[in-house]
Ligand binder design. Structure first.
Ligand code: FAD
Length: 387
C-alpha cells in the first residue's frame, strides 16, 4: 500500500490550495484524491464560469459559524494576500459592482494557477473515496485502491450540486471518528412561497434592487422573481440566515415613498419599479392604482408596506440548487490555529466540510482558501518557508 506524508481528500478549491501551499513550502509527499475525472468542477462552474473569488469587504460578519475559527482563518490569509497570491500567478482580477472580485476571463485561470503551484503532488482523479480508518497511519479506501498517510486533510466540500461531484463523505468520515457534525442543509438558495405570496410567481423574470431584513441581518442586492419563488443575489444571501418565520423586504430601498403624499401621478408611475410589479403588488395589498395625493391616511400606510413587506417563505429551492451548504463538522471540534481536529491528531478539516458558510459574493472561496492555508502552514510548519 503506497504511503504519503499527507493525503488530501477532494481536489476542489480548498484541497487544491492546500496541496499548492504544501508543495511550495515543504518537501512532504502529498496525494490529492478526487472522485471526478477533472479537478475543481464547482470552482469551474462558479460565478457564472468566472469565479467570484473574494470580496472587497471581508470579515466574520459575512459568515455563519464560529467567530474565532473564522477570524483566525481570515487573518492568516487575508483577502489582500489571496489577491496577491493569484496575481503572482498571472491573474488580473476585476471588480464588479464595486464589491466582487472575479476572474477577467474564466475560472480556469484560478484552477490552472493552483494546479501549477501544486505540481509534484500525486493527483489521483476518478478515485471515489469510500472510507477512512485508523490513525497513525490513516488508511484510506477508494473504489480504485487503498492508501496510507501520516496526516489526512478532509476537503470534500458540501453536499449541494451533486452533479459536480459533491457528497457528504466528509461528514461520514468525521462521524466514523466520533467527531460532532451538523447535518448539511441548503444555503445560498432561492426561497419558495406560501399561497399568500403566489402573486409573485406572475412576475417571473422581473428583477429589482431590494433590501432584506432577516434574523437581525440587513442585506442589499438584486432580487429576482422566479417561477418557483424568489431568488437573486439578495435572496441567496438572506437564505443563509433564514430558518423559519418571516423575512422583511424593502422593494424600494433608495426611494422615499413618504414624500409622495402630494404627488398627483398614479402610484405605479410615481414609484420607480417595473409597472408589472407595481400592479401585482397593489392588487396583493388591495390598493387601487390612483393618484398618490388621493390616498387617505390608512391607504397611504398600506402603500408604505412596500418598504417593509413581511412574508414567511415556505422553504427553499433545495440542495440541488443551493450554491453552498449550512452544516458540516462542528466548529468546536477544530483547532483554529491548525484546522486539525481536536479529538484526532493528524486529521484536518477545511473548506465547506466545516460548519462555516459565507454570504454570496466570494466569501465561500475566501473561507476555502484561507482555511486551506492555515492547515498547510500547520502541517508544513517544520519546513515551512513563507513565499
Ligand atoms: C453553481 C455554484 C456557483 C458558486 N459560485 C461561487 C462564487 O462565485 N464564489 C464563492 O465564493 N463561492 C461560490 N460557490 C461556492 C463554492 O463553490 C464552494 O463553497 C467551494 O467550492 C467550497 O470549496 P471546497 O474545497 O470546500 O469544496 P469543493 O470545491 O466542492 O471541493 C470538494 C471536492 O471533493 C470532491 N469529492 C466530494 N466527495 C467525494 C468522494 N466521495 N470521493 C472523491 N471526491 C469527492 C468533489 O468532487 C470536489 O472536487 C458556488 C457554488 C456553486 C454550486
Amino acid at each position: 500500500m503506497k504511503h504519503y506524508d499527507v493525503i488530501i481528500l477532494g481536489a476542489g478549491a480548498s484541497g487544491l490550495m492546500c496541496a499548492a501551499q504544501l508543495r511550495q513550502n515543504s518537501s512532504l509527499s502529498v496525494a490529492l484524491i478526487e472522485g471526478n475525472t477533472r479537478p475543481a468542477l464547482k470552482l469551474k462552474a462558479s460565478g457564472g464560469g468566472k469565479c467570484n473569488l473574494t470580496n472587497v469587504e471581508v470579515d466574520e460578519s459575512h459568515y455563519l459559524g464560529d467567530e474565532t475559527l473564522i477570524k483566525s482563518a481570515l487573518s492568516n490569509f487575508t483577502q489582500r494576500e489571496l489577491l496577491d497570491y493569484f496575481r503572482s500567478g498571472g491573474l488580473r482580477p476585476v471588480i464588479r459592482k464595486e464589491r466582487y472580485y472575479f476572474c477577467p476571463k474564466s475560472s480556469d485561470e484560478i484552477i490552472s494557477i493552483l494546479m501549477g503551484k501544486a505540481d509534484g503532488c500525486d493527483l489521483l482523479l476518478g478515485h471515489k473515496i469510500l472510507s477512512l480508518e485508523g490513525q497513525n497511519p490513516f488508511i484510506l479506501t477508494t473504489d480504485k485502491g487503498r492508501f496510507q498517510a501520516s496526516r489526512v486533510v478532509v476537503a470534500t466540500g458540501g453536499a449541494s450540486y451533486k452533479e459536480l461531484g459533491s457528497s457528504d463523505i466528509g461528514l461520514r468520515i468525521a462521524q466514523s471518528y466520533g467527531i460532532q457534525t451538523v447535518p448539511f442543509s441548503p444555503a445560498l438558495v432561492g426561497l419558495t412561497l406560501q399561497p399568500k405570496e403566489f402573486w409573485m410567481k406572475e412576475l417571473s423574470g422581473i428583477s429589482c434592487r431590494a433590501r432584506i431584513h432577516v434574523a437581525g441581518k440587513t442585506l442589499d442586492e438584486d432580487l429576482l422573481f422566479a417561477h418557483k419563488g424568489i431568488s437573486g443575489l439578495v435572496v441567496l444571501s438572506a437564505s443563509l440566515y433564514w430558518h423559519r418565520g418571516e423575512i422583511v423586504i424593502d422593494f424600494v430601498p433608495d426611494f422615499d415613498v413618504s414624500r409622495l403624499k402630494n404627488e398627483k401621478k398614479a402610484i405605479s408611475t410615481a414609484i420607480p419599479l417595473p409597472k408589472r410589479f407595481m400592479k401585482a403588488f397593489l392588487d396583493a395589498i388591495g390598493l387601487e392604482d390612483k393618484g398618490c395625493n388621493r390616498l387617505n391616511p390608512q391607504e397611504f400606510e398600506k402603500l408604505l408596506t412596500i418598504r417593509n413587506y413581511a412574508m414567511a417563505p415556505s422553504g427553499t429551492f433545495g440542495l440541488s440548487k443551493a450554491e453552498a451548504c449550512r452544516g458540516g463538522v462542528a466548529c468546536g471540534e477544530i483547532n483554529p490555529s491548525t484546522m486539525e481536529c481536536t479529538k484526532i491528531d493528524g486529521l484536518y478539516f477545511i473548506g465547506e466540510t466545516v460548519d462555516v458558510t459565507g454570504e454570496l459574493g466570494g466569501y465561500n472561496f475566501q473561507w476555502a482558501f484561507s482555511s486551506a492555508v492555515v492547515c498547510a502552514k500547520a502541517i508544513g510548519s517544520m519546513s515551512f518557508k513563507r513565499k
